[in-house]
Design a protein around this ligand. Structure first.
Ligand code: NAD
Length: 251
């Protein structure tokens, strides 16, 4: 067997109970890491812990609540004392056209996708040292114009921008920051955008036709890219936006 890529590493993955975050947690554990996962729903977290099987700690919490983030990192500190890898992955999408955007819609989207991600990173930093890696989950939506995705896309453009600034701000500390931008990937976030199964299927078909590779991505395909950015395999990669999108935003 080859060398494990994350042997003895401590990783925090927000939104690690579902979809891309869960697949990333499973892959990181398979590569030798201990993983802390967060999510809002305890039931989902319990299921994820069972699926991951070992070397995983679940901490329930909402990334848009700073006290919850403090509790998360207090738990990590007490149990492992440090963070080597942070995957700031929690996110929501609530497709809403410009005429229907409300203050509540805007606040909720930015509170979770942008503000929550910023404080997820800020509050991890005291536990991170030289060699640390931060992966921010954005989206190819940040560089596309798609009806109904204005607020979401803008919140993800903020994420991509943070990676540029933090790459410079954290260089003296030896912490690398990169952005990972999935295209449409088959996870529960797709169902969250549809009122019933038929419209979810329709959405999946629509996305598939928009992707040069002719299909949606699988969570484990994004997890493989997260592993690259989190591991020493990407030791000379900093500040990038790595698209995992079947070519959707590339051609
Ligand atoms: P998902 O719905 O399966 O997972 C989202 C995760 O975020 C869940 O674990 C959920 O509990 C968590 N989360 C949501 N709000 C939270 C909050 N307030 N506090 C803490 N956790 C919260 O969807 P996914 O597809 O796995 O999405 C993961 C990330 O990938 C998101 O940031 C999403 O925007 C991004 N993304 C997904 C796709 C896609 O097509 N699936 C495409 C581009 C980007």
């Amino acid at each position: 067997m080859g060398k494990l890529q994350l042997e003895s590493k401590i990783a925090v993955i927000t939104g690690g109970s579902s979809g891309i975050g869960l697949a990333t947690a499973q892959r990181f554990v398979a590569e030798g890491a201990h993983v802390f996962i967060t999510g809002r729903r305890q039931v989902e977290l319990d299921k994820a812990v069972e699926l991951i099987g070992a070397n995983v700690t679940a901490v329930q919490g909402d990334v848009s609540k700073l006290a919850d983030l403090d509790r998360l990192y207090a738990t990590v500190k007490a149990s492992k004392g440090r963070v080597d890898i942070l995957v700031a992955n929690s996110g929501i999408v609530d497709p809403t056209g410009i005429d229907d955007v409300t203050s509540e819609h805007y606040d909720k989207t930015f509170d979770i996708n942008a503000k929550g991600l910023l404080f997820t990173v800020q509050k991890a930093l005291p536990l991170m040292g030289k060699g640390g890696a931060i992966v921010l989950t954005a989206s190819i939506a940040s560089v596309k114009g798609m009806p109904g995705y204005g607020t979401y896309s803008a919140s993800k453009a903020a994420v991509r921008s943070f990676a540029r600034t933090w790459t410079i701000e954290l260089k003296e500390r030896g912490i690398r920051v990169n952005t990972l931008s999935p295209g449409p990937v088959d996870t529960p976030i797709i169902d969250s955008q549809a009122s019933d199964q038929a419209s979810a299927d329709q959405l999946r078909n629509m996305f598939s036709t928009m992707i040069p590779l002719g299909r949606m991505g699988r969570p484990e395909e994004v997890a493989a890219a997260a592993l690259f950015l989190a591991s020493d395999e990407s030791s000379f990669v900093a500040g990038i936006d790595l698209s995992v999108d079947g070519g959707m935003a590339q051609v």
